[in-house]
Design a binder for this molecule. Sequence first.
Ligand code: AMP
Ligand code: ZN
Ligand code: FE
Ligand code: FE
Length: 282
Amino acid sequence: MIDLHTHSTASDGTDSPARLVEVAARAGIGTLAITDHDTTSGWAEAAEAAGRFQVSLVRGAEISAIARTPGWGTGVHLLAYLHDPTHPDLLGETERTRADRESRARRMVDLLAEDFPITWDDLLAQTKPGTTLGRPHLADALVVAGVVRDRDEAFATILRPGTRYYVGHYAPDAVAAVRAVRAAGGVPVLAHPGADARGRIVPDSTIEELAAAGLAGLEVDHRDHTPDTRRRLRDLAESLGLLVTGSSDFHGAGKQNRIGENTTAPAVLEAIADQGALEVLG
Ligand code: AMP
Ligand code: ZN
Ligand code: FE
Ligand code: FE
């Protein structure tokens, strides 16, 4: 089983990178990608554990970006596989995003604190130093404060875009992000492009534009996609010559997603490995 999209405590997953690899091994995953939001800080720990648990490891990240779509921009997530983590263009963008995610979290805590018993220290208590901060950490602080039951409830109510507590954050342009991933030797795959229940999605014309800029694939099999959406995306991928991946987007106890619930075909993993600057470990 090949699962190419998972999160650890380096971002908003609840398992440490080593524990994530262990969970994958126990679930029968042969090849795992660690794809934390806007960071590669979990790679070293995951690589050490991958050796111990005999799991092949694809080092990756999930890059926040904004696609230029008619009217408003649309937030998208770009999976980057096997890239040079020190390449200045991509690293510059992710560092800028991470810094603004911190300012944004501070602003959201300030707004939340007007109505709920939560402080910046409560938020920090839910994270490891260096973590890419996100709304899930705010959700965890709200759970501890007894405001909501779990992350799902927080996202369905207080933390939804459009509430008075929601603040956006900086993210690079999506075309520029695709180019930056390629420039770093990475393989860019658009994450959950049809997840319309959680927000606006991009039109096919944007996916065509990203494909022209060097996009390698579409994440088609994902729990946020209906069977209809999967068919539509599979056809689009075929017509644009893009790879098709499937993944769990596992976040540990932070989301319902079970590791390995969607998987990627071995031939697609091979194509990703061929295109990437780094080796698949193990
Ligand atoms: P942010 O990037 O900080 O705006 O937060 C978005 C992140 O929250 C995404 O990576 C999702 O994986 C996560 N997320 C979205 N909805 C939920 C939910 N209902 N429960 C837990 N995590 C969620
Ligand atoms: Zn996440
Ligand atoms: Fe995502
Ligand atoms: Fe994700």
